[in-house]
Design a binder for this molecule. Structure first.
Ligand code: DGJ
Length: 747
């Protein structure tokens, strides 16, 4: 590459007037300016099948973002792209803006150098492209010529899925240590007239609630500072509908993003006066100034981006397709239906209770039994959440025969067996807390706050990482062939502090997550085939950082099917159904007290990985019969749940219906779910649902499942794809709690 090198340094002395030179002793220290190499202007295009991210490296080395949107056959045309804001460092849509130059907005990177200086200016050095088939990696090397800090911007373009993953590798090429203050994974400038942001908020038992707002010119931030329960209140995922103030599943440009990080995150949206929006996503800089020694490199987590020209539905399908193929451990693999002991037995059980539940699960056609909390601790028996956490020996007063006996019994009945652990936490009332107070997250001189009567173990400490891995490992050895581990984590970090980190407390939030990932890497090396669920008081750790190691998550402790409507809709925007643990529980519901029909509960649970979480022996005969029927039918179409493409037909946030469908890749089969969340009188009747994703030319037999009399007069008949999508599908469904599942198969 042709590059013109300028003189290394311009010496101020040369331009100082002669009068001043006479009094040289009194002049302040000379100010030497390091010249920035000029480069050849060039366009760098990162492409997927339908989208394109385009950068322009300016002659002065500044790297600008020109475009993230539809694919343009000849991206070189961006060479003359009008930035409208000049090209000095800090002006215009900087690809990875730093604190420095003329830049005065949110930085993706800000650094404190050893001499206290705070300016960083990154200039393009070189780039390289590695084509690995479906994945094309572009690495752009940037450098600060004054401080020798180098940043590699890495973009992995997943062609087929229209997804781009982006992260930064920040290397200290200087001779003195530096401190990273802001160190985002990715920054993206967009250019539209309007930006409608869809993000989530929530709490325990109400995760992934949808919020929409048209962005103004003020800074908007979604973030968390909760550490272990990073996604309980906000998820590091969002959608931006461009040039509109209304959300559409099918029309318009949508950009979606999700950060692969299971700890504190921060995503900022800053719109400037030219209506350009800069989105910066990464680890939350909150209390996390990170030291970088000379020669060391900090690799940020990946940020997932996707662009859709056909509304939010396609953006979701892009992320889901990527997730099933690359982003989720065992993505798309069908995992068993199950009975979980929690809401059916809580802490109160004996071997007898468990064997009876296993019998019932087997009789109902379920495929796995999961023993939840309560099976361990002798000195401080885990009979409630007040004690025992940390003491992972089997409670032989409850299960004298041991876990192997229960697991073998399940296996003998043709069921798989799973068990619960919460290895990164400890009750103060436990032998572990007494033996290792130094392992507890605590701040010197301050009370160690409790939440759910427990403390957090300090995963920044490698000894604690060994311990946590050991708990997983030992639990796996309690019986041969443990098939499934539910890995729970039931409180956030409060009053942060680590004995291990000493004076470097600022590393805590980052090193904690790295510690968790170290543990999970070891788990996966040793147990590649074990199904592991990520649970955190329900859905408090749902992100693509954890899903790299976990097969699924527990969506929410709120098992009320009507509540799940909104939670599962919100979750579905970003996370595929194969990851969504979804259970039928008892009525009145243990969280809400509501009574919902069993059919409605099954139809909601069948939208994800189906399970049950109740005491089957309490079900009436007719409920048992319905349960058997629903479980059987689910097994017949669940490959669509695990691997089909999701089309949302109606949002429970904007209408009286939640409706969606999963369609097979070849469009020959589909399953449609409809739920009525309010009573609509007969005059209004029922909505016409226009299906999506079918082949217009195909003829589909449509049939309602799990009922003797269908709510659709045409159930069992054959209709063309163009009719079902264009004319519509008109079941009579208008009462609160009415629900229906239809199976479609091409003739
Ligand atoms: C919280 C989880 O979300 C529940 O499903 C259950 O496993 C309890 N923890 C057990 O303590």
């Amino acid at each position: 590459m042709k590059r013109i090198l300028l003189l290394a340094a311009a010496v101020l002395l040369a331009v100082v007037p002669s009068a001043a030179r006479k009094t040289k002793k009194a002049t302040p220290k000379e100010h030497q300016v390091v010249a920035i190499p000029q480069i050849e202007k060039q366009v760098i295009a990162i492409e997927t099948s339908n989208s394109q991210l385009v950068f322009l490296a300016q002659p002065n080395g500044v790297l600008h973002t020109c475009h993230y949107g539809s694919k343009i056959a000849d991206p070189k045309q961006f060479m003359d792209y009008n930035l409208r804001q000049g090209t000095d460092y800090g002006k215009g849509p900087m690809a990875y803006p730093t604190q420095g130059g003329a830049y005065a907005n949110e930085p993706a990177l800000s650094v404190r150098y050893a001499d206290g200086s705070r300016n960083t200016e990154l200039y393009y050095v070189s780039h390289q492209v590695k084509d690995k088939g479906n994945v094309v990696t572009t690495e752009i090397l940037m450098k600060d010529y004054v401080t020798s800090l180098e940043v590699k911007l890495v973009y992995d373009a997943y062609r087929k899925e229209d997804v781009i993953l982006s992260h930064a590798e920040i290397a200290n090429g200087g001779k003195t240590p530096v401190e990273l203050i802001d160190y985002a994974s990715s920054s993206l400038y967009l250019d539209a007239d309007k930006y409608l942001l869809t993000s989530t908020y929530g709490d325990w038992s109400a995760e992934m609630q949808i919020e929409r707002e048209v962005l103004g010119h003020n800074l908007k931030v979604i973030e968390t500072k909760r550490g272990t329960q990073a996604t309980q209140w906000n998820n590091p995922s969002f959608m931006l509908s461009l040039n509109t103030d209304s959300f559409s599943e099918t029309d318009g440009e949508v950009i979606a993003g999700s950060l692969c990080w299971s700890g504190n995150f921060r995503i900022s949206f800053e719109k400037n006066v030219a209506h350009r929006l800069n989105v910066i996503a990464g680890i939350n800089p909150f209390s996390s100034e990170y030291p970088l020694a000379p020669g060391a490199t900090f690799v940020t987590p990946d940020m997932i981006w996707t662009w859709s020209g056909q509304g939010a539905g396609q953006a979701t399908r892009n992320i889901h397709a990527w997730a099933r193929r690359y982003g989720v451990y065992g993505g798309g693999q069908i995992t068993p239906t199950l009975l979980n002991s929690w809401e059916g037995a809580y802490f109160t059980f004996t071997t007898e209770t468990l064997l009876r539940m296993i019998d019932d699960a087997a009789a109902m056609g379920l495929e796995m039994f999961v023993l939840d909390d309560g099976w361990f601790a002798m000195d401080y028996p885990r009979d409630s959440d007040k004690q025992g956490l940390g003491d992972w020996e089997v409670n032989t007063r409850k299960i004298p025969e041991g876990i192997d006996y229960v697991a073998s019994y399940a296996h003998s009945k043709g069921l798989k067996f799973g068990i619960w652990i919460e290895p990164e936490m400890v009750n103060p009332k436990s032998n572990l807390a007494q033996a290792h107070p130094d392992w507890v997250v605590r701040s010197p001189g301050r009370e160690i706050l409790q939440a759910r009567n427990q403390w957090v173990l300090d995963l920044t400490n490698p000894e604690v990482q060994d311990f946590v891995f050991g708990i997983f490992d030992n639990t796996m050895s309690l019986a041969p062939n443990i098939d499934y581990i539910k890995f729970d984590s039931n409180r956030p970090i409060m009053s942060m502090g680590s004995d291990y980190l000493g004076a470097e407390q600022n590393r805590f939030y980052v090193d904690y997550v790295q510690g968790l990932y170290n543990v999970m890497r070891r788990v996966r090396e040793k147990y590649p085939d074990t199904i592991v669920q990520c649970c955190s008081s329900g859905g408090s750790r749902v992100d693509y950082g954890s899903l790299k190691y976990f097969n699924e998550y527990w969506t929410s402790d709120d098992t009320d099917a009507m509540e799940r409507v909104k939670i599962q809709y919100g979750t579905s925007l970003f996370y595929p159904a194969c990851t969504m643990g979804s259970h039928v529980s008892d009525v009145p519901n243990h969280q809400t007290g509501n009574v919902t029909p069993l059919k409605f509960r099954f139809d909601i649970a069948a939208a994800g990985r189906l399970g049950m979480e109740l005491q089957p022996k309490n079900l009436s005969e007719s409920d048992r019969a319905l349960a058997d029927r629903c479980i059987r039918s689910y097994k017949g179409f669940r490959d669509l749940v695990f691997n089909g493409d999701l089309y949302r037909l109606s949002s429970p946030y904007e209408s009286d219906y939640y409706a969606f469908m999963y369609v097979s890749e070849d469009r020959s089969r589909a399953v449609v779910y409809l739920y009525s969340t309010n009573y609509l009188n007969r005059a209004i009747g029922s909505k016409t649902f226009r299906l999506q994703g079918l082949d217009p030319a195909k003829q589909y037999k449509i049939e309602e499942l799990n009922v003797d009399k269908s709510c659709f007069a045409g159930s069992g008949s054959v209709y063309s794809g163009d009719y079902l999508m264009g004319g519509g599908f008109t079941p009579q469904i208008f009462k609160t709690f009415a629900s229906a599942v239809f199976y479609l198969e091409a003739r």
